[in-house]
Design a protein around this ligand. Structure first.
Ligand code: SF4
Length: 342
């Protein structure tokens, strides 16, 4: 049975998505997911698990920032052991060694190879399968290549793995987890120390999505003097050809196609948006899924037009977020570099 997976950026959002048709929810472990500012503290993860289990639904904990080797044992002891004890269903991971360690120590937990693994080939499916993944999230780069999605999904199934695809989210340049453009702006990276509910301290690097600190999204303003001053012109030339840099995409219309292909999990991203908006979107996706399970060629026009209105709202919020990030990038870098006046 296909699973609709919703975002849980807060406890309130966990409740909202599960009450509005999601079969499962994912939450970020404080300091260790790819989203800065919308993660749950350790005590809240326990609460979220209790909520999901109370509703007989599934919950995954995202620990998909890059995890240093020396942190793995500590995280197994201080975090994953509690998640397993509390009844979490799975852990979302990007770092292969961490994946293998979870799989070896907690064989009952599902291990999801995150979208950050940028899985776009059979070789990568083989690799993550060997690392202990039980589910592979296919790369956002494949989002409209149904032939390849079907081929990889069939291959993953032949190895006994489940497949997941993002039906709503943002796709980074060359796929989430595969973009390196943010690193030209490393002088604006900022180390943030977070203290969890049990006193556990962790450092995040703001500006580096691989270290869980979000991104300044410079790809969205590549014409800016600050970007031109720091990124090589050859890279900018390449990026200009790409039409959908950091595209916010929705694959609602394609849900019947994904069902036909046999994708196991359809994921809605959105931990950083308001709870009401995410809940309403989840409700519409659940309706689309319900209709698509009943008929081969369902009439989704009403749901799609309602979703479009919500996505306009979401885009406006996203634009504001990008403006703030861009402003912060200028504030951080203007004293450090010379920006050509145009
Ligand atoms: S937001 Fe832009 S610069 Fe940042 S990782 Fe994504 S594509 Fe790269």
């Amino acid at each position: 049975m296909v699973e609709l997976l919703g975002p849980g950026g807060t406890i309130e959002m966990v409740r909202a998505v599960l009450s509005n048709g999601a079969d499962s929810v994912f939450v970020g472990a404080f300091g260790f997911s790819r989203r800065s500012g919308y993660e749950l503290k350790h005590s809240e993860v326990k609460e979220a698990i209790n909520i999901a289990k109370g509703m007989k639904k599934k919950i995954y904990i995202a620990m998909n920032a890059f995890i240093e080797k020396e942190m793995i044992q500590t995280l197994l002891e201080k975090r994953v052991s509690d998640y397993a004890k509390w009844g979490a269903d799975g852990i979302i991971v990007k770092t292969p060694e961490f994946m293998r360690a979870i799989s070896n120590s907690y064989p009952d937990l599902e291990v999801v190879a995150s979208v950050g693994c940028h899985i776009d080939s059979k070789e990568k499916i083989d690799f993550y399968s060997k690392m202990g993944a039980t589910t592979v999230v296919l790369s956002t780069e494949l989002r409209r290549d149904f032939e390849k999605i079907a081929d990889l999904s069939d291959y993953a199934h032949s190895l006994g793995l489940k497949t997941e695809i993002l039906i709503n989210g943002t796709a980074c340049y060359r796929g989430v987890g595969n973009c390196n453009f943010f690193s030209y702006f490393k002088d604006a990276f900022e180390t943030i120390t977070l203290v969890d509910s049990d006193g556990f301290k962790v450092e995040k690097i703001f500006g580096n999505p691989e270290k869980g600190g979000g991104c300044y999204r410079p790809c969205l303003y590549i014409g800016d003097p600050i970007v031109k001053a720091l990124a090589p012109s050859s890279v900018l030339e390449e990026m200009r050809i790409e039409k959908n840099l950091n595209e916010r995409f929705t694959l609602a219309r394609e849900i019947p196609k994904f069902l036909e292909i046999g994708i196991d999990i359809l994921k809605i991203q959105g931990r950083k948006y308001p709870v009401d908006l995410v809940a309403s979107m989840t409700r519409i996706f659940a309706k689309i899924l319900e209709k698509s399970l009943k008929a081969r060629d369902p009439d989704l026009s009403e749901e799609i037009s309602r979703l479009d209105l919500l996505l306009k709202e979401l885009d406006a919020i996203r634009e504001e977020q990008t403006k703030k990030l861009r402003k912060k990038l200028y504030e951080k870098l203007t004293p450090k570099i010379e920006i050509a006046q145009e």
